[in-house]
Structure formats: structure tokens, C-alpha cells
Design a protein around this ligand. Structure first.
Ligand code: NAP
Length: 279
């Protein structure tokens, strides 16, 4: 049986704790906030929890589940307390700016990213089943020890996630398209709706919004911190995808303006065909 440490007991860390405890692992958490420590114990996310990192010296694997901006400094602070064989992994939504630095700090490191989320955050948001059938991508480098890859492979299988491997750079390019760009597009949709000047129409739109709006606004109406971090830490790839998106939008505007229904219909048909390949 392996001892698993978790730092950052929010949606992802909390869900990992609940899931891994259920699978028979012992889980150990760290939080600076007393309220989080109490709730994490009450909810059964962890077996033990403390304010300081020394509790984690008994762990075989530690998940860093803090917001992206705190990942590197957290590992720097954690290192003095660890036994050398402990494996560290992170769950950050970007990899290119994280993986090289953490690999340098701790050789037993492997980057990871579970592609699962909700609009909720914090210690009360985690739940069993979040990772079920969701993709979980690992981004090992040439230096990543095989035992880190093997252990994470085993855990990801237990989470019932679908495992993928790629480089940190390929990860950031791919998630720009299917995760970071959608957050910005979906956010722009909400922003655009809020621009409606006729208050009666705005109120009516709010009342009429149903499943379509629920689907298309979900990722844009989520944790603002996460969207900001995607933009800050994956700016190059996000900008590349946003510019392509803007070009597509301009083409649609042009088609409608010119009443070029054949063009528009062709695109809509292509979308209908292509979508299942992404899901
Ligand atoms: P979250 O629900 O806000 O949880 C993050 C937790 O980290 C908070 O509960 C907080 O717990 C702790 N924390 C905050 N600032 C910290 C700091 N400076 N140092 C140490 N701990 C800190 O966020 P999340 O959605 O789980 O995201 C966590 C990580 O998962 C991020 O790196 C994100 O990129 C990645 N991720 C998120 C999603 C998603 O859709 N949400 C999906 C995949 C990956 P305390 O109460 O202890 O402060």
C-alpha cells in the first residue's frame, strides 16, 4: 500500500484524495488554512493533515494540486522534508513552464494533467467520479525515471481515466485548442450577452436560457483564477488559437453579410462531421 500526499485540497486535490482513499491508499494533506484542514478531514479526503510539510516525509507519491502560480514555489518549500525516492507529480493545466523547472528541482518528478473539471473550486468541491473515463495526460521527459511513469500509470488506471503521453510542449499546444481557447470563447459569449442594452431583452434572455446556453457558457463561467493562469502561462499557444478563431469568426460574419449560405452550410456540415472526433 502506498502513502499519497496531496497539497492543494480543492476540486482536483480533493477529488484525488476521496478517490484514492476509497481505493485503499493512505492520504496525507497539507494546508495552511485551519478551515480547509478541518473540512478535508470531515469529508474524508485525507487520513491525516497538517499545516507543515513534514507529515509528507512518509509519502511515496505527492500530488501538487495548488493553483498553477504556486506549483513551483510549493515544490521548492517541500523538498527539504522529502525522502529522495518520493515521486512528485503536478496536475497543473499548463506543462511547458512547469515541467522543466520541476524536473530540475526534483529528479523523481513527472508532470501530469487530468482533463476533468467543473465550475466549482475549494475544499468542498471535490467528488468521487471526477476522473472517471476522463483523459489524464502524462508529460515525461527523457530524464523522467521509469518508476515514476509506472506508478502514475498504475494510479491513472485505478482512477479509471484514459492515459495519454506527450511532451510538455505538445500538451500546451493541444490544450490551447480544446481547453484554453474554449474558456476564452465561452467567457466572451457571456460578456457579449451582458452588452445587451435593452434591459427587458436581457432579462428575457436570462429567463429563456436553457441547455444550449448551459453547455456553451459552462467553461467561461468557471473559476476565474484558472482562466487567468491559462492565459498567463500558455499565452503563446492561446494567442495562436485565438487568432485562428477570430479569422473563422470573421469568415462567418462575411458569409452572413454576403448571404453566402452555401459557404456557411458547408462549414456547419463540416463541424457536425468533425465534432465526434474530439469527443
Ligand atoms: P481549487 O479548487 O481552487 O483548489 C486549489 C487549492 O489549492 C485550494 O483549495 C487552496 O486550498 C490551495 N491553494 C491556493 N493557493 C495556494 C497556495 N498559494 N499555496 C498552496 N496551496 C494553495 O483549484 P483546482 O481547480 O483544484 O485546481 C488546482 C490545480 O489543478 C491547478 O493547477 C489547475 O491548473 C489544475 N487543474 C484544474 C482543473 C479544473 O478544471 N479545475 C482541471 C485540471 C487541472 P487552501 O484552502 O488550502 O488554501
Amino acid at each position: 500500500m502506498k502513502n499519497i500526499g496531496i497539497i492543494g485540497l480543492g476540486l482536483i486535490g480533493g477529488s484525488l484524495g476521496l478517490e484514492l482513499r476509497e481505493k485503499g491508499f493512505r492520504t496525507f494533506g497539507v494546508s495552511q488554512r485551519e478551515k480547509t484542514r478541518d473540512r478535508a478531514l470531515e469529508r474524508g479526503i485525507v487520513d491525516e493533515i497538517s499545516e507543515g510539510y513534514s507529515l509528507l516525509n512518509q509519502c511515496d507519491l505527492i500530488f501538487i494540486c495548488t493553483p498553477i502560480e504556486a506549483i513551483i514555489s510549493t515544490v521548492q518549500d517541500l523538498i527539504p522534508y522529502l525522502k529522495p525516492e518520493t515521486i512528485i507529480t503536478d496536475v497543473g493545466s499548463v506543462k511547458g513552464k512547469i515541467v522543466p523547472k520541476l524536473s530540475e528541482l526534483w529528479s523523481n518528478f513527472i508532470g501530469g494533467h487530468p482533463m476533468a473539471g467543473t465550475t466549482q473550486s475549494g475544499v468542498d468541491s471535490g467528488f468521487i467520479g471526477l476522473f472517471d473515463n476522463a483523459p489524464y495526460v502524462l508529460t515525461p521527459t527523457e530524464q523522467t525515471p521509469q518508476k515514476a511513469i509506472d506508478l502514475m500509470t498504475e494510479i491513472i488506471k485505478l482512477l479509471n481515466s484514459r492515459l495519454y503521453f506527450c511532451s510538455p510542449e505538445e500538451h500546451d499546444q493541444a490544450v490551447a485548442w480544446i481547453s484554453h481557447l474554449p474558456v476564452m470563447i465561452s467567457g466572451s459569449l457571456i460578456q457579449s450577452c451582458l452588452k445587451e442594452k435593452n434591459l427587458k431583452v436581457l432579462e428575457l434572455a436570462k429567463n429563456l436560457a436553457s441547455s444550449g446556453f448551459k453547455d456553451t457558457s459552462r467553461v467561461g463561467g468557471g473559476n476565474p483564477e484558472l482562466g487567468l493562469m491559462m492565459a498567463k502561462y500558455n499565452s503563446q499557444e492561446l494567442l495562436r488559437s485565438l487568432l485562428e478563431y477570430r479569422e473563422n469568426l470573421d469568415q462567418i460574419i462575411e458569409d452572413i453579410n454576403n448571404e453566402n449560405w452555401t459557404n456557411l452550410e458547408q462549414k456547419l456540415k463540416q463541424n457536425q462531421q468533425a465534432r465526434p472526433n474530439f469527443l
